[in-house]
Ligand binder design. Structure first.
Ligand code: HSE
Length: 427
């Protein structure tokens, strides 16, 4: 016998339209396979007069959130508003009223996970968020369930499609950042205000969620180190390529005992690493667990139908389970009780500078690093002399972040000017 589930949408942009279309086009298959039929009763929108590419029945659209949040018939609320507010407030109200929530909202979720989960537990409602991280890739469900038998110690994610698209074009065609960004905006691949993507914030929210699940301890968003791609130059990408590296905006989470490090920044990885070939707007998550070993998930991290795929799968899951489950955290509710956030991480570094082309210069530069206990793995002088200076690229052995920062600040400006530092991950 078919189980009928009444749902309400909060928001109906690209993703909401995708969910509507998927439920329309795939509803019979879901009913046939899972015995479930979803009925969208109300859809909250900002502007009732806006032209939409989905023909909603006249009584479905509303601009009053209460029509969704207080209707006793609505059992599941699917949220696509994005951003912290008013979404967070609405989600709390929905959960408080005993309605299960399915959300694509990484910001509200990463910032208020504990409060949302508490509200869900209190009313017995479900809280599902597969679509909040990497669109169609089932990484949340995999971490919550399929990989439970693992101690996961490492995650490397390409979790932002916009920046991966930009870096891919810069790497393949040698184009500069500003040109590619403009083009990406024209193509609709980057937002008119691209800050959240290019400054790395979008990736940091996602990493906070992934690391919390993988490490069974809340890793707050504020503990994630964030550096975006706005200062990345085509020259560094080229120099890295010559040394066998590809540049990616990586979301990195590592755990060693109780020490955790979480960081988002441009990173050189070996060009033969599986992540190096993840190009365009694709997302990927590469992780290591003590039993599963290395594993990589690849797929589309954004877009109406890929995100709808995750949302509708969550709707099915939420409507089928007998009892909703919530992740347990060793350190909740105080996020800093057990896991310790380490900010002096160790990795090799790529350093580019302009140096005087004279005897003794290399010795003096090397001494700045040696004085901080930083060992050099490779030094390359590149190109022609200009104004008496040449480009010098140094790759260090694994070194402490703080020691490298001290070494570069101790460089004598007379002999060398720092142009860029990029962290390297050797796998
Ligand atoms: N703006 C994101 C991206 C998708 O470029 O991947 C939504 O998180």
């Amino acid at each position: 016998m078919t189980k009928h589930i009444v749902i309400g949408f909060l928001g109906c942009g690209n993703v909401g339209s995708g969910v509507w279309r998927l439920l329309e086009g795939f509803g019979d298959a879901i009913e046939h396979r899972a015995g479930l039929r979803f009925h969208v009763k109300k859809v909250l929108v900002r502007d009732l007069t806006k032209k939409r590419d989905v023909a909603f029945p006249a009584d479905v659209l509303t601009d009053n959130p209460d029509d969704v949040l207080t209707d006793p018939e609505i059992q599941i609320v699917a949220e696509f508003l994005g951003g912290e507010e008013p979404a967070y407030k609405y989600l709390l109200r929905a959960l408080g009223a005993g309605k299960t929530v399915v959300t694509a909202n990484k910001v509200a979720f990463a910032l208020h996970w504990h409060e949302l989960q508490k509200a869900a537990k209190a009313s017995g409602a479900g809280l599902y968020y597969e679509a909040a991280v990497c669109g169609a890739i089932p990484i949340i469900h995999s971490l919550e369930e399929s990989l439970q038998a693992n101690f996961i110690d490492k995650i490397y994610g390409i979790v932002n499609g916009t920046t991966n698209y930009i870096l891919t074009r810069m790497s393949k065609n040698g184009e500069d950042y500003a040109t590619v960004l403009k083009d990406a905006q024209k193509l609709g691949l980057a937002e008119p205000d691209p800050a959240a993507d290019v400054e790395g914030l979008d990736a940091a929210y996602k990493l906070s969620i992934l690391a919390s699940l993988a490490f069974h301890g809340r890793v707050p968003f504020e503990d994630v180190y964030v550096e975006g791609i706005t200062r990345v130059g085509a020259e560094d990408i080229r120099c890295g390529q010559d040394l066998g590296y590809t540049l990616k905006l990586l979301a990195i989470a590592k755990r060693k005992g109780l020490d955790v490090e979480t960081r988002v920044h441009p990173t050189f990885i070996r060009s033969d690493h599986p992540l190096a070939n993840v190009s365009g707007s694709f997302n990927a998550v590469y992780l290591h667990g003590h039993a599963c070993k290395e594993m990589m998930f690849l797929g589309r991290g954004a877009g109406d139908m890929p995100t709808a795929s995750a949302i509708v799968s969550d709707l099915e899951r939420a409507a089928s389970v007998r009892k909703h489950l919530y992740p347990t955290f060793e350190n909740a509710p105080n996020p800093r009780v057990t896991l310790k956030n380490n900010t002096d991480w160790q990795c090799p570094f790529y350093i580019r500078m302009l140096a005087k082309d004279e005897p003794g210069v290399l010795y003096r530069i090397a001494k700045c690093f040696a004085d901080q206990g930083v060992s050099l793995a490779a030094v390359q002088q590149k190109g022609e002399q200009a104004n008496g200076r040449v480009t010098l690229v140094i790759i260090t052995h694994t070194a402490s972040e703080k020691a490298v920062q001290r070494a570069v600040t101790s460089l004598d400006g007379e002999i060398a000017t720092l142009k860029s530092i990029i962290r390297v991950e050797e796998e």
